[in-house]
Design a protein around this ligand. Sequence first.
Ligand code: HEM
Length: 496
Amino acid sequence: MYQTIILGSILLITLYVLKRSRDPNLKLPPLVHYKIPIIGHTLSYMFNCEEFFKQCRKEYGDIFSLYLWGQVTTFVGKDHSYEVFARDDAFDFSEEFRRRVPGDAMFKNINGFGDPKYNAKVVREYISNKLGLYTERMQKSLYSATKKYIGDCDDDRTIYNFSYLMAKIISTPIANIFIGEEEAKYDEIITTFAEFTTDVAIFFAIPPILDFIFPGLQDYVNRIPIKLGLYNPATKHRDILVKHIKNQVDKRLREKQKYGDSWKRPNDLLQDFMEEQDFDPNNINYAAMADKLCIFIFASVHTTSRSCANAVMDLASRPEYMQELYEEQLEIHKKANENDILPFEALNEMKKLDSFIRESFRLTGDIAALPHLVLKDYTFSNGLQVQKDHVVDIYFNDVYQDESSQGPNPNLFEPFRHLNKNSSASKVSKNFIVFGGGKHACPGRFFAVNEIKFFMHNAILKYNFRTESGKIENKLRLGPITFPSTSGIIFERRFK
Ligand code: HEM
């Protein structure tokens, strides 16, 4: 018994020393001092992240390393974070993401999360380049979903956990544009779009406690139930998607055959997939098509709905800005047709709303996000070095709390601080990194911002909304990341 404990302790200490070992030839970032071996900085990171990071920044400078979950991770502040985005030969976000989320195990009909270059190309060519074409459908779906999920609110309605409803509302136009108008009418499709990401998120919601023993052990263990076929959170959603994709693909092939040149081509992502070179109508792999669609659902739904829920809560928390935003939307609404549909160009006129949304993005509250894998030894412009296979994360809050780049009182929510500054809500820069930056900056950001603007435009015209508490509601925090508040929002119809 004692021998086992002693041997186990020796093994743990050896692993700890090995994992902490640092290449003496490189000028590595300073490792912040810590008191508890093995646990390192994990507790401060999880429970006091904001203050802890501020302290580290003050004492150790723009680039520092922390010992978290059994591994050393480097955090890069405002002065050097853009190097991480710009140097994609040295830093890779999607590679690190793949190491953390077992896409290969969840989407076994394709190569995990697929080829990142192809994914970015799909979003650029099949979605972002066609936004004008999708404007009307986007608005119609958003407005009908708003009516369905928020309702008329003739009597005041208090909604708790608004982000759950938001995911359903945002899923409606996304499903319409991804899988087509006909299938997007089914509730089970909207539920799959809305819940897919939260269901598979279980893999990164599990704290990587086993990584204290060995880096990557938690990930290995997480994959076991999937590999053994015992549990896969993606399966139920894939089955629903397969059913609807099959329905739609077969119908389209039949109708194209029947009507020939007079066949009206549907415009959506599914049709674009069907026209790719490797699509063989005589040998269709529906499961692979469903897996491919899941990648884009994963990238688009939760990101957009979280941001939109934050924007709603930010406005509900500050009803004093409602009238100004309302007047802008009322003016723009004069351009709408008899079905309340705005032309694409109207988005450019929502200037105050755009600034409000950018401010909401800016103050999302994530302290650090976007871990990148280091692909080769790299020297930052200040001379500090990181070695291959190390992980470098971005210290977001340092960027957003910097007065010289964000303007006075960077910690305050000032909805119109971006007005007339040539900095729209989708514009990335060194000072605005919610969509990343450089060559890999999110290609879906125009789509996401358009959806949020159309949703907010309609919601502001239709309802007055405010927090039930009458106060500013703070976001929920898990370590360095935030989630929209679940507190009540009161919606009341403007004109009864
Ligand atoms: C508010 C909503 C969104 C946010 C906050 C967001 C954020 C991000 C971020 C931070 C990145 C990493 C960028 C980098 O590596 O520098 C990214 C990449 C990506 N996003 Fe988004 N995103 C959003 C919406 C969308 C939507 C709607 C789509 C698809 C329609 C999408 C598709 C992608 C893809 C394919 C990539 C990988 C790009 C690459 O590797 O080159 N995103 N997004």
